[in-house]
Design a protein around this ligand. Sequence first.
Ligand SMILES: Nc1ncnc2c1ncn2[C@@H]1O[C@H](COP(=O)(O)OP(=O)(O)O)[C@@H](O)[C@H]1O
Ligand SMILES: [Mg+2]
Length: 317
Amino acid sequence: MKKFDVIAIGELNVDLILNNIDGEPEIGKEKFAKAMNLTLGSSTAIFAANIACLGSRTGFVGMVGRDTFGDLIEFSLSGKGVDTSMLIRSDKHSSGATICLNYHEERANITYQGAMDYMSLDDIDKTIFTRTKHIHLSSIFMQSGIQRDLIDILKLARDNKVTTSLDTQWDPAERWNMDYEKILPHVDIFLPNETELKFITRSMTLEEAVEKITPYIHICVVKRGRKGSLLLRKNQPPIHLDAFVNNDVTDAIGAGDSFNAGFIHAFVKGDTAENAQVTGNLTGAVNTTAAGGTGAFTSKEAVKSIAREKFKQSLKI
Ligand SMILES: Nc1ncnc2c1ncn2[C@@H]1O[C@H](COP(=O)(O)OP(=O)(O)O)[C@@H](O)[C@H]1O
Ligand SMILES: [Mg+2]
């Protein structure tokens, strides 16, 4: 019996969010913000918190500093029911942070990556490969150590019969260097959004991107925001599934991570990819009904009741 259903390997940082700011920043001047919030950031943390909320036994592998932000990250993750015993505390590097300047619907973000950029396979306790059913990897463009060691990590997982998923997330440097022809054959579930997929495959259209990656994938789900999602497999026709549209969106922060949580929770339980796609669309939609990435995920019952009342769906989890 394995201890974990899912271990997430990903980025960790804090978000310092400033609201109601008097104008835009100007060099040499100082301005007031009328509200501030210091909270757990990072999309892999949203994923881990939400899949734990759905009932998967979840652990997190990530690197933070031996500092106050590291303590805040660890405390917040464990408060969400995520096992933090595999977090790595760096003596050399401090925890990362994103400063978010919030202007109505728009945000200007500046991220200091800190410790997360330095974690590599060498730092990871190899017993994780025997203690979990599934490994989810995320945000590789923010973690150069993990990006370099990606294929080795995926191979170790497969050697141990551990299934894997990968969500590259956005590349802040916008270089989009991912050798997808080499990497994707080692990934069980690839979970990009539409824009990211087009950049990674250097395609102008979704059709072109789909054509390019299909020979290399096992399962791929392309997340398409309000348009829903597209399930791709090598030898089966694509399945487009409309979103359970929320016309009253609070915000869409973390919708993709919540989609991943629903899809992978269902997949690891043994559901078909088709059923997992429905679950993912639904948990993505549920995400948009409350503030931030984890606001709607207070308990499994609460998620089910939003699905039932707001979207008239029964969430089979
Ligand atoms: N406005 C919305 N209404 C209902 N579902 C949504 C909405 N926005 C996103 N979703 C669901 O969440 C999933 C992930 O959102 P998306 O924005 O595509 O991901 P990402 O956050 O990675 O860019 C979508 O595939 C869709 O199923
Ligand atoms: Mg995303």
